[in-house]
Design a protein around this ligand. Structure first.
Ligand code: FES
Length: 141
């Protein structure tokens, strides 16, 4: 059947709809890729909405496993993801009073300096982080 207004067949219109759908997906992908992975030494780790309330977000960046959190005032915190006790993923922990609580055995790590409040000799690496444009940026290299 012909469409006089557009001068095309249904099949052609179907093609255009499919084509524009793909363009739309392409534009969305392009828009996401417009955000640089790195800028002035700051790595774009995730969007803020990736981080569950009171929890963490796992990010693999440059072969490094990281856990990204937001503490109470909304400050981004980034620490190594692997718990030094037995290797749990700290991104699966919960945030309490500025610390991440490991999901396996409950060790706490201060999100500011990474040390365990009960035993400051034990800790995880921390990285400078900030929120900008709804994204979490960190200096992890
Ligand atoms: S693995 Fe984290 S406290 Fe045991």
């Amino acid at each position: 059947m012909k469409s006089a207004a557009r001068g095309c067949t249904e099949a052609a219109c179907g093609f255009r709809i499919a084509f524009w759908g793909k363009v739309s997906v392409y534009q969305r992908v392009k828009r996401l890729s417009d955000v640089p992975k790195n800028r002035d030494g700051w790595a774009n780790l995730c969007v803020v909405s990736d981080i569950p309330a009171g929890g963490g977000c796992y990010v693999l960046h440059g072969g490094k496993a990281l856990a990204v959190f937001l503490d109470e005032p909304g400050q981004a915190r980034v620490v190594d993801d692997t718990c030094p006790h037995a290797g749990a993923s700290l991104s699966g922990g919960r945030v309490e009073e500025g610390c991440v609580i490991c999901p396996w055995h409950g060790w706490a790590f201060d999100l500011g300096h990474g040390r365990c409040p009960d035993n400051p000799a034990i800790g995880v690496a921390t990285y400078p982080a900030r929120v900008e444009g709804g994204r979490v940026w960190a200096k992890v290299d």
